[in-house]
Design a protein. Structure first.
Length: 290
């Protein structure tokens, strides 16, 4: 355990619910960072698998393990994970995703150097269940460099999906997150992109061209099982942003977003199909060799 007076610059949060399959790889990717001034908060969401044992197997003093007495829904669990943090900068990482070794180094410095930045996001690799890259350097089309809230909101609306990416390739300020009330429980399937856009009321967005994280695509993931619900939630978010006076989203942006939404859904379905095919090939090879 780190001493109670320890004040890291970055808190990396991993909310965990039955994540034994990839948790060790995810934790190692954090501990292997070139930037060392961080704490790693592991939140056991009342797991029933070997996840708690895997957490305890790491002895790094930067790790702090917390536990929920009961299993919480995802938005609330992620909020509790952030509540446990002590640093001014936050990165949330899913228990099956991984970070590039220089992720914290390259994302922390811009936020320290420029108080006018609220969100820093990088591109990310899409990987399969064997950690092989399916699609490299995905995301942030039209969002590389510095952009204001209105520009980002328009890109999100026009994209018809999530052009920013998931939590693992994003870093933000804890104070801003607390000021907006965190993740919205009424938007659980798009709570990441919804949160990122709302954070921009406090500053600008920096899109980085490097791929500094990897998002795992698997046939058994929540995203694969709830494709129709994700599509509907994304459409609802598009409509909400289009009606909000805060972001100056134009009618043309909304029209384009409505037209492109099915293509966003198609791209996501293709990614899961590619991961599924890779898994089947692995299974066939294993059956041949055994």
């Amino acid at each position: 355990m780190l001493p109670g007076s320890f004040q890291p610059t970055v808190s990396v949060c991993i909310p965990v619910y039955n994540g034994e399959a990839y948790l060790a790889e995810t934790i190692r990717s954090v501990l292997d960072q070139t930037y060392g001034d961080f704490e790693l908060v592991l939140l056991d969401n009342n797991c029933s698998d070997r996840s708690p044992e895997i957490m305890r197997s790491f002895s790094d003093p930067r790790i702090r393990i917390e536990r929920n007495a009961e299993t919480l829904p995802q938005p609330r669990n992620w909020r509790v994970c952030v509540d446990h943090t002590r640093a001014p900068l936050i990165k949330v990482l899913c228990a099956d995703d991984v970070l590039h070794p220089r992720c914290l180094e390259l994302q922390t410095q811009p936020l320290l150097d420029d108080p006018g930045l609220a969100v820093v996001a990088s591109r990310r690799h899409m990987i399969d269940e064997q950690s092989r890259v399916i699609v490299p350097r995905r995301g942030l089309s039209g969002l590389i460099g510095v952009h204001n809230a209105a520009e980002v909101a328009r890109k999100v609306v026009r994209n018809g999906a999530n052009p920013i990416g998931e939590v693992g390739n994003v870093m933000f300020r804890r104070a801003d997150f607390m000021a907006i009330g965190g993740w919205r429980e009424d938007r659980p399937l798009v709570m990441d992109v919804d949160c990122f856009v709302r954070l921009l009321q406090f500053g600008e967005f920096l899109g980085q061209p490097e791929a500094l994280a990897a998002f795992r695509i698997g046939g058994s993931s929540i995203s694969a099982e709830r494709m129709d619900e994700i599509y509907a939630a994304q459409r609802a978010l598009t409509e909400e942003l289009g009606e909000s006076p805060e972001y100056d989203v134009r009618g043309l942006d909304v029209t384009i977003g409505r037209a492109l939404a099915p293509f966003g859904r198609m791209r996501r379905s293709l990614l899961f199909a590619m991961s599924g095919l890779a898994a089947k090939r692995d299974a066939r090879r294993e059956s041949v060799t055994t």
